[in-house]
Design a protein. Structure first.
Length: 89
């Protein structure tokens, strides 16, 4: 029985979601599952060296990420997830 439960949770998590234009500028056009959005976001952050070297939890936003982060210059990785959710539907 537990296996069926896990599948149900995964299928909801893997459901492709619409991506806002602001987020699409960073992760690419959607729809894509939330997990893929987060992966693409980290690829972008690492590629552009946007992780704070002293406090690895913090992301230093460039112009594209500021649009996703509601204008904030620095967010921690937990807040980032919450802010990105607003761009998914």
């Amino acid at each position: 029985m537990p296996e069926a439960k896990t599948k149900k949770v995964n299928s909801a998590f893997m459901k492709p979601m619409k991506i806002s234009a602001e987020l699409a500028a960073v992760v690419g056009a959607g729809p894509m599952p939330r997990s893929e959005v987060v992966k693409a976001l980290w690829v972008y952050i690492k590629k552009h060296d946007l992780q704070d070297p002293k406090a690895k939890r913090n992301i230093i936003a460039d112009e594209n990420l500021k649009k996703v982060f509601g204008g904030k210059a620095v967010v921690d990785m937990f807040e980032m997830t919450k802010l990105v959710s607003k761009h998914l539907s």
